[in-house]
Write a protein that binds this ligand. Structure first.
Ligand code: BES
Ligand code: MN
Ligand code: ZN
Length: 522
């Protein structure tokens, strides 16, 4: 970009003028990044049938050392597999694997343990998907006793087979994408159960994982919006509203505008409404920092790249809306994505700046790296005022403190009300995306008291960091509004592969909020 327009842009910003186009610099083409067509998240399509295709790699799901009824093996093949089971000591424990080659004409026979728990089946299918990622042959899953079990296994396979290799130019071959056939006597019913709910959920999770994995020179506020529009195209009962920076400035959203003003990428507030029922909506608000450098309160370099994932909350709420809309769930939700890029620069906000929010409250910005709560302050104020939701849940990669407190198994949950907390906990257990409640306390609220403004945004004592963040957000939610805050910093990224989550972006939050929204009615 030549210096002239840059200077004009700066002057316009300094004058507080709206400047359409200023956020459009550095487009993807300019960065030289061209995604490969055939590599992107290529997956095996899922089908259901009463019989396993001849040449398929055979996945046998079982909770014991015994082979399930109806495995498509000849008597001799069966004896060979049973001998291998005995020699290995395979007993069907959760996610235990025994991989055999040379059994009849099957390219692979893979036994995966389901254990005795109900969720073991989904996980075992996910484990199989990850194991067979490089397998050229089609795949068949057997050992499924009911239509529901078959549909659940299909979902597990879908979640486990996720891949993202758009930017690898070395491989010349497309990844194996022969179908996976889920074998069950009630194939039609299984297919229907899968289509009614699981396929949409898998799409929502995939949407979130893709956005989180994409680098910040590809996914920025404006392109996040475009991806969202593309994902929802043609789905009924969906409405998309987008506020650009000029619109937000006009509405006095100084807090989100302040976070984004160090970046050439314009900030956006994105609202996706899915109206599958009458009455007020459930509002789901997500932190959407497409890159968090810390701003002037710059982060150290090591690991900073992970902050391309700092929009995982926004991806989760939009992914949830996608799942609900795709499956025509009888619910009314509005997903709000508070999108901005947090960079240092000549126009970046400074530590100590004071900004005014949509609702009129003022914030002293002690630390520009505590930016997630700043973008949410305006998002929550706007959605409460304009959409009159019956409850609000926000989800955000908010604090390193939550990571230290909980490790990778739980997101932190904050709620003023026990009944609201119980709803989130129940959704966590039902979905497998668990939450652990941490405290709000009147004493901790002092952490966000400012001497010169209504609140300040940093973590000073006496509160633990994750609670301080929650108290800040609470200041922007009316007292009588049912509200929960989910700090998903611990769960945004899987450092090692889990059965349903290959290493990388987890897509956390879509399954949790999908389960929540289906249950929580006004
Ligand atoms: N996005 C980070 C939090 C984060 C850290 C998420 C690690 C995932 C992994 C957030 O914006 C942040 O920088 N938080 C600060 C808050 C502090 C400045 C009050 C933190 O946690 O240190
Ligand atoms: Mn930050
Ligand atoms: Zn952040």
């Amino acid at each position: 970009m030549s210096p002239l327009p840059a200077r004009a842009a700066f002057a316009a910003l300094a004058l507080g003028l709206a400047l359409p186009g200023v956020g459009h610099a550095q487009d993807t083409v300019g960065s030289g990044v061209v995604p490969r067509e055939h590599g992107n998240s290529a997956q095996r399509p899922v089908t259901f049938a009463v019989r396993a295709p001849e040449a398929a790699a055979l996945v046998i799901l079982t909770g014991s050392a015994a082979l399930p009824d109806g495995v498509p093996l000849s008597a001799a093949e069966r004896r060979a597999v049973e001998a291998a089971i005995a020699a290995d000591g395979f007993a069907g424990k959760a996610n235990a694997k025994l991989k055999l080659r040379g059994i009849g004409s099957r390219p692979v026979v893979l036994l995966v343990g389901t254990g005795s728990e109900a969720e073991g089946l989904m996980e075992a299918a996910g484990t199989a998907a990850q194991d067979l990622k490089g397998e050229k042959a089609p795949v068949a899953l057997v050992g499924l006793a009911s239509a529901q079990a078959a549909a659940d296994a299909a979902l597990g396979y879908e979640l486990g087979q996720y891949r993202f290799d758009r930017y690898r130019t070395g491989a010349t071959e497309a990844p194996p994408a022969q179908p996976v056939t889920v074998v069950t006597a009630s194939a039609t019913a299984a297919q229907a159960a899968f289509a009614a709910r699981h396929a949409g959920l898998a799409e929502g999770v995939r949407f979130a994982r893709d956005l989180v994995t994409e680098p910040a020179n590809v996914v920025y506020p404006e392109s996040f919006v475009e991806r969202t529009r593309a994902a929802f195209r043609g789905i009924p009962n969906v409405e998309i509203e987008v506020l650009d920076e000029a619109a937000m400035r006009a509405l006095n959203m100084g807090s989100i505008v302040g976070v984004g003003q160090g970046s050439r990428r314009g900030s956006r507030l994105l609202l996706v409404t899915y109206k599958g029922a009458d009455g007020p909506p459930l509002a789901l608000a997500g932190k959407g920092i497409t890159f968090d450098s810390g701003g002037i309160s710059l982060k150290p370099g090591a690991g900073m790249w992970e902050m391309k994932a700092d929009m995982a909350g926004a991806a989760a709420v939009v992914g949830t809306a996608l799942s609900l809309a795709r499956t025509r769930a009888p619910v009314h939700v509005v997903a709000v994505a508070a999108l901005a890029e947090n960079l240092p620069g000549g126009n970046a906000q400074r530590p100590g700046d004071v900004v005014r929010t949509y609702g009129g409250k003022t914030i002293e910005v002690i630390n520009t790296d505590a930016e997630g709560r700043l973008v949410l302050a305006d998002a929550l104020g706007y959605v409460a005022d304009k959409r009159k939701p019956f409850a609000i849940v926000d989800i955000a990669t908010l604090t390193g403190a939550a990571v230290s407190a909980l490790g990778p198994e739980y997101a932190a949950l904050f709620a003023r009300d026990d009944a609201v907390a119980a709803r989130l906990a129940a959704a966590g257990e039902a979905s497998g995306e668990e939450v652990w409640r941490l405290p709000l306390h009147p004493t901790y609220r002092k952490a966000v008291e400012s001497p010169i403004a209504d609140v300040k945004n940093s973590d000073a004592s006496p509160a633990p960091g994750a609670s301080a963040g929650a108290h800040f957000i609470e200041a922007f939610v009316a007292e009588d509004m049912p509200w929960a805050h989910v700090d998903m910093a611990p769960t945004m990224w899987a450092d090692s592969a889990e059965p349903l989550t290959p290493k990388g972006a987890s897509g956390y939050g879509v399954r949790l909020l999908d389960a929540l929204a289906r249950e929580w009615k006004p």
